[in-house]
Unconditional design. Structure first.
Length: 423
């Protein structure tokens, strides 16, 4: 059996490991060994620990750099994550290589882990990438703007890509390995799982891509449900860190609707102040099961792919309250579908009340959400996991065949640089 190395490097919260976990459990059940290298060990302890899965801290840039301006594209995200300095990048690459060697990895399964992908390329290891769209930029150069509402100079996009390539290729050249002609080669050389729907791709729907649909868990968290059958039902899955959080809760409390708010980390005093027979507040994650969603009239979320997908598949219009660039782009997808609205700069109680009224009174949002649900009526979350597992096993089988051929003909030491001796 094979040794599968799961890598998570960038991004925050539960979404990345939530995608990787069902793949890892399926592979372990088939007899493979799995190991995780994660950005956030607290999240890993909560998600992976109960399953007895081993993990360790991912190599990260620990310098406290402050950006002069928000990243304009994926390349600038990398520059803000250690790629702007050769020493920092070299340290991260060497750390990833050491971890891969220590685990004696046969394949890398990466979720928002570009440096791990680069290290796998240097080591001659096959890799698979899993992402919702934002984590897997399109195959083009320069990489496109992630701030489409702003005018970004093309020269800036080109310069940022050239800077990243200069750093990566300096390491590749020093190790006698292939250089990159563009950043997207890192993703195109790997097996790719675009775990989203085309309409929810943060970069826009891509021609020729095979979208598997999202990987998310509906059975996790505590059971929650509606108290009454006849009221309007509004469900909110939020974080207290979302800008305008308390103003939104106040707006919701003024409605003559039944409201459920799931907000892990909410202040106890605030939750107790809000609770009424028609207003439930939960401070721990809740379960997005069909019984809850089938009676929901509006859903409110910050824009995570799992919650957004589950609600759209149930035909529920959305109010998005994003707090980072990835979530803003998801909001743009929702508005392009006319299946919901996005709370933008004016996050006052009055503005939230206006947005909620529009969603409740204009049937077009509900109808477009229902149309989306009908398009994907046959989708089941396990399908994306099935395709991911099949891809990993296919790559592993090809690797085994290749190793047998090399072994039978004898190794060609002149073609095997030291970095490839990872086993």
């Amino acid at each position: 059996m094979s040794r599968i190395f799961f890598a998570w490097e960038l991004g925050a919260n539960y979404g990345h490991l939530t995608r990787q976990l069902p793949i890892a459990l399926r592979m372990r059940a088939k007899g493979h060994q799995v190991f995780f290298v994660v950005r956030d060990t607290t999240v890993a302890a909560n998600l992976l620990g109960p399953h007895g899965l081993a993990f360790t801290q991912a190599p990260l840039d620990t310098s406290d750099k402050r950006l002069v301006r928000p990243p304009a594209n994926y390349a600038e995200m990398l520059l803000a994550s250690g790629y702007s300095e050769h020493a920092a990048l070299w340290g991260m690459v060497r750390s990833w290589l050491s971890l891969m060697k220590m685990f004696n990895a046969d394949i890398i399964v990466a979720d928002h882990a570009p440096t791990a992908l680069f290290a796998a390329r240097l080591a001659g290891l096959p890799s698979t990438i899993v992402g919702s769209g934002f984590e897997i930029p399109p195959n083009c150069s320069p990489l496109p703007s992630i701030r489409p509402w702003e005018t970004i100079d093309d020269n800036r996009l080109c310069r940022s890509e050239e800077c990243v390539l200069e750093r990566l290729n300096a390491i590749a050249t020093a190790l006698g390995e292939r250089t990159l002609s563009q950043i997207s080669e890192l993703f195109e050389d790997a097996g790719k799982i675009l775990a989203t729907f085309g309409e929810l791709d943060h970069y826009g729907m891509r021609n020729g891509e095979n979208y598997t649909g999202p990987i998310y868990r509906r059975d996790a968290g505590q059971a929650i449900g509606w108290s009454t059958k006849h009221n309007t039902h509004i469900f909110a899955y939020l974080r207290p860190s979302v800008p305008g959080f308390e103003a939104l809760l106040t707006a919701l409390s003024k409605l003559s609707a039944e409201v459920i708010v799931v907000a892990p980390g909410i202040r106890r005093a605030l939750a107790e102040e809000l609770v009424t027979p028609r207003f439930q507040v939960f401070s721990r994650p809740g379960r997005l099961d069909s019984k809850l969603l089938k009676s929901t009239d509006i859903a409110i979320t910050y824009g995570g792919i799992g919650t957004v997908s589950a609600c759209l598949l149930a035909g529920i219009p959305l109010l998005l309250v994003p707090q980072n660039i990835e979530q803003y782009l998801m909001g743009q997808c929702i508005e392009n579908l006319t299946a919901g609205l996005v709370a933008k700069q004016w996050r006052t109680q009055g503005h939230f009340s206006e947005l909620l009224e529009r969603l409740l009174c204009n049937p077009v949002y509900r109808q477009n959400a229902i149309d989306f649900a009908n398009r994907y009526a046959d989708f089941k979350p396990h399908q994306a996991v099935d395709k991911s597992v099949h891809l990993v096993e296919t790559i592993l089988s090809r690797r085994s065949i290749s190793q047998v051929k090399v072994s039978s003909s004898g190794p060609d030491q002149s073609l095997t640089p030291p970095i490839k001796s990872i086993h």
